[in-house]
Design a protein around this ligand. Structure first.
Ligand code: TYD
Ligand code: MG
Length: 453
């Protein structure tokens, strides 16, 4: 018999039910049977629920002033840019990412930098012992004052010490390993993550305490624990990258205090994360000269153009259905573009294996890279290299037309700075004064003619 005071919750998506069983939402979405886990409701507080008020009144928009000093640059440019120019007083920032990608390293480095401008900073490690964190700090060359380390899981204990420590910034590593003893469910369960998040939100807003939370990501790429955490916090950042590649990208997916278009690029080195102010140079460093199948495209990440090398390898399929393998780009999009190349430009690649890769572990999802994919595949098939100093831009439609892309000037300027001599762009983008000499193309066949003869 289910107890009256219990609810049953899905640990994947947060679905709640008064009865035990499996989650209907997950079954619908993934076909998997996820068991619902019992949560005993905390005893209802007697009398009125405690209400947190800020003691403010409604104000006309014109009378609201953003105080100077509400935003503090941390001093790590790549991180500051993603946050919108620094960390905001009283803001709650969630940093998600795969295990081992470098979240603790990033936040320890951020804590050290913050401890210089706004000491003291409290780093609560609920995952590793103080000695383990110290080991990492030594590796990063972090010492000194203003940064307090604490290996503690109990959020009540942490809260009780805040008055005596008076930190200006708080880091919780991670939200899945801290807990509130009043709740019966285990750390990392939906109830704990949600309540801990809400408690930290109250602390952050009440004390004007800038708070960073580390969150783990599930196999499917969503933040483990309830989605509600993402709604609750002010800013959600994802720290991404391939484990076997050194580069890491910090991306804002939600930001109440800035744009979500910015990215920060880091390189994981022997002594921690190093900022990469010129990521294009990083991605193009090992580019082969005059190799068929290699094309440079410019992806726009926020306000920053990022030059990436697209590689394609087209070779006769040895037997059966030809393979298409895509790394760093959208698989379906690449299949579509290969079909356009065959049908509209007459290149018989239907019986060929095609492999597409973004060099250096980069990722490109923009349609502006379409023409690059098409040209790279054609170049590999025809065994003719694309000139090394030409940038390729354009979205490709199903009739083989090359469509306009946004931000052409910024993309071309970035290429000009790196020594590119010309660019192939959509004809509708070719007008006006541009930073590079361009050739406008209207169709895929035009582009093939211009680049590969
Ligand atoms: P970590 O910050 O512990 O990852 P997370 O908190 O996201 O789980 O980083 C783990 C990896 O980073 C680990 O495999 C070792 C590597 N690393 C370096 O390469 N250089 C360094 O200076 C540090 C501290 C870690
Ligand atoms: Mg960690």
């Amino acid at each position: 018999m289910p107890r009256a005071s219990s609810i049953y919750r899905c640990q994947q998506c947060g679905f709640a039910s008064p009865k035990p069983g499996t989650c209907p939402d997950c079954k619908r979405a993934t076909g998997e049977l996820t068991p619902l886990v019992e949560e005993r409701a905390a005893p209802a507080p007697s009398g009125r629920r405690a209400v947190v008020t800020t003691g403010t009144r409604p104000l006309p928009l014109g009378e609201i002033v953003m105080e100077q000093g509400d935003r503090t640059p941390i001093g790590i440019d790549e991180l500051d840019r993603v946050l919108g120019g620094g960390v905001v007083r009283g803001s709650l920032v969630l940093i998600g990412g795969d295990p081992g990608i470098g979240k603790s390293t990033l936040l320890l480095q951020a804590a050290r930098a913050l401890a210089r401008v706004t000491p003291p900073v409290l780093y609560v490690s609920a995952e590793e012992s103080a000695a383990q964190v110290k080991l990492r700090a030594d590796r990063l060359g972090i010492g000194g004052d203003g940064l307090l380390l604490w290996a503690e899981n109990d959020l009540d204990t942490v809260q009780a010490e805040l008055d005596s420590i008076k930190p200006r910034a708080l880091i919780i590593d991670s939200i899945q390993t801290v807990f509130l003893p009043a709740l019966e469910s285990a750390p990392g369960s939906v109830a704990q993550v949600r309540e801990c998040g809400a408690r930290l939100m109250t602390l952050a807003k009440g004390r004007g305490l800038a708070t960073f939370l580390v969150g783990h990501v599930t196999k499917e790429g969503a933040l483990a624990g309830p989605r509600v955490l993402e709604h609750l916090v002010d800013t959600v950042l994802y720290f991404e990258g391939e484990h076997h590649h050194a580069y890491r990208v910090l991306r804002a997916v939600k930001n109440r205090f800035g744009s979500t278009n910015e990215i920060g690029v880091f390189e994981m080195a022997a002594r921690g994360l190093v900022e990469v102010p010129n990521p294009s140079g990083f991605f193009l460093a090992e580019r082969p000269a005059d190799a068929p199948g290699s094309v440079i495209v410019a992806a726009l990440e926020g306000t920053r153009p990022l030059l990436l090398e697209l590689q394609a390898l087209v070779s006769r399929a040895s037997f059966g259905t030809p393979r298409r393998t895509v790394l760093g780009a959208d698989y379906n999009r690449v299949c579509l573009l290969l079909a356009v190349l065959e049908k509209r430009a007459g290149l018989p690649i239907g019986n060929q294996d095609v492999y597409v890769n973004v060099a250096g572990g980069g990722r490109v999802v923009e349609p502006a890279a379409d023409l690059g994919v098409v040209i790279a595949a054609a170049s590999s098939y025809l065994e003719r290299p694309v000139p090394a100093d030409v940038l390729v831009l354009g979205e490709v439609g199903l009739t083989g037309e090359v469509r306009a892309v946004s931000g052409v000037e910024a993309r071309l300027r970035a290429a000009a700075q790196l020594g590119f001599k010309s660019a192939i762009v959509p004809r509708s983008n070719a007008g006006g004064a541009l930073p590079l000499p361009v050739k406008g193309v209207a169709t895929v066949s035009d582009a093939l003619g211009a680049l590969l003869g």
